[in-house]
Design a protein around this ligand. Structure first.
Ligand code: ADP
Length: 163
């Protein structure tokens, strides 16, 4: 089942929350900063052992002080106009995050709107990709949450999901 929630993703008690991380995996602004603050310094210490993450890939970390059991960090593409493979890279973020979750036997996962903040991906186009990739894995999970940080984002997700 795919749900649209308006929430701070750090409050969600899921098997995994996905972080829109930067390639260092050591923290940053936006949702990344919020997740690192809520998880505590253990997350940064763990991630320092991972050696970073290329754009489009995903890495698994313990949830530390979060209510979520795991954090899946994925690095979204920076929007550069749309002709630098951004759409494929954004889709890869969702696919690789789902793949990692499935390989761990996880049943519930929440995603923020990857790349749509500082990385500048146009929201409607990003939402279309996010929902397409969520639908592709809908049967494999008990709960898939699109965690929106604004009413306007939730309107986009709901329009994409429910027409
Ligand atoms: P990126 O660098 O991938 O663009 P950002 O963190 O800047 O990542 O933004 C990604 C999305 O996460 C944006 O839609 C932003 O509004 C949202 N966001 C920011 N903080 C939170 C949070 N605490 N919980 C859920 N979503 C958040």
């Amino acid at each position: 089942m795919i749900e649209v929630l308006i929430a701070d993703i750090t409050t969600l008690a899921m098997d995994a929350i996905v972080n829109a991380a930067n390639p260092s995996l050591l923290g940053g602004g936006g949702v990344d900063g919020a997740i690192h603050r809520a998880a505590g310094p253990e997350l940064r210490r763990f991630n320092a052992t991972l050696g970073g993450c290329p754009t489009g890939e995903a890495r698994l970390s313990p949830g530390c002080r979060l209510p979520a059991r795991w954090v899946i960090s994925t690095v979204g593409p920076i929007w550069q106009g749309g002709e630098r493979g951004e759409a494929d890279l954004l889709a890869a973020c969702y696919r690789n995050s789902f793949e990692l979750a499935a390989s761990q036997g996880l049943q519930s996962i929440a995603f923020p709107a990857i790349s749509t903040g500082v990385y500048g991906y146009p929201k409607a186009a990003a939402t279309h990709i996010a929902v397409r990739e969520m639908r592709a894995r809908e049967a494999d999970f008990e709960r898939i949450v699109a965690c929106c940080f604004s009413d306007a984002d939730a309107v986009l997700y709901r329009a994409e999901l429910f027409g």
